[in-house]
Design a protein around this ligand. Structure first.
Ligand SMILES: Nc1ncnc2c1ncn2[C@@H]1O[C@H](COP(=O)(O)OP(=O)(O)OP(=O)(O)O)[C@@H](O)[C@H]1O
Ligand SMILES: [Mg+2]
Length: 263
């Protein structure tokens, strides 16, 4: 392979219509082109890893899918409909759930509240006052966590007191509960111990088995090979590889990330 040719291969599992499709997407920050002319498609039930060195444009790319940035050029389609999102809330309402490294969970609130954040069920008191239905939130949270085989001893504990793995689990439970069409994870295991990393891998596989595609950014080759069907490699804002995980090894990936001949 050469540094200039994009390495691509076809995913045999990629059938039907992509859930999300980017065409020629570019994002600039002043004079710097963080993402340059990237096109990609994500299909139902696929786990796609986004790999690349620091500053390659991975986070910027997913932030355009999650409503944080608007592309300067190019288009984003959800199913066959072009979407433009004014905010991350709007992306969430379209079914695009992003789990950032800091998770965007509310530290001082408990797991149930975090699962329902911004979408709390209300009940009427005495037929007049509206109040958040905490009991409903608790039973629903228990159900979804059970379904994902996640054990959190006390759901009423603030998130702040939970381990990194438990937090990831709550964020994933939220995505599953709200029937996410696409889940994006930016470095989900960076701060986790080995058992917790395994749990996150299991959860990614659970999402996959439910046909929810996952885009996972990771620096960790073990992470990538543990969960990814396909790997998209970014270098200096450009997509330089789109390969099946089964067809490459770590050396191939590193070669793509740093550029053949530049390593
Ligand atoms: N808000 C911003 N303003 C200006 N430049 C930015 C901004 N966000 C990112 N950049 C620049 O865009 C480029 C791509 O950054 P990005 O965060 O997307 O990389 P990354 O692949 O996620 O890197 P890392 O692996 O370190 O997280 C970098 O050169 C970065 O400095
Ligand atoms: Mg990043």
């Amino acid at each position: 392979m050469t540094a200039t040719t994009e390495l691509t291969s076809v995913n045999p599992a990629a059938q039907g219509q992509p859930i999300i499709r980017l065409t020629n997407v570019t994002k600039r920050f002043g004079g710097l082109t963080a993402v340059s002319d990237v096109s990609m498609e994500i299909y139902p039930g696929e786990v796609v890893a986004l790999a690349g060195d620091n500053g390659a444009g991975k986070s910027t790319l997913i932030k355009m899918i999650s409503g944080v940035y608007k592309p300067d050029e190019g288009h984003i389609y959800l199913a066959d409909r072009e979407i433009t999102m004014a905010s991350p809330m709007e992306a969430r309402s379209l079914g695009i759930e992003t789990i950032y490294q800091d998770l965007a969970l509310c530290e001082n609130l408990d797991a149930t509240v975090n699962i329902f954040l911004g979408r709390e069920p209300m009940k009427r008191m005495f037929g007049v006052f509206k109040q958040v239905d905490r009991r409903h939130m608790l039973t629903e949270s228990k159900t979804v966590l059970d379904r994902l085989d996640i054990t959190i001893p006390n759901l009423r504990r603030p998130i702040r007191q939970m381990s990194g793995g438990q937090r990831q689990a709550v964020a994933i439970a939220r995505a599953v509960y709200w029937n996410a069409k696409l889940v994006i994870m930016d470095e989900p295991t960076a701060a986790l111990g080995v058992p917790e990393q395994r749990k996150v891998h299991e959860l990614v596989k659970t999402l996959k088995s439910q046909r929810v595609p996952v885009i996972i950014i990771s620096h960790n080759l073990q992470d990538i090979f543990a969960v990814a069907d396909r790997i998209i490699v970014m270098r200096r804002g450009q997509k330089v590889g789109d390969v099946m995980a089964s067809e490459v090894d770590g050396d191939d990936l590193v070669g793509l990330m740093v550029g053949a001949g530049e390593a």
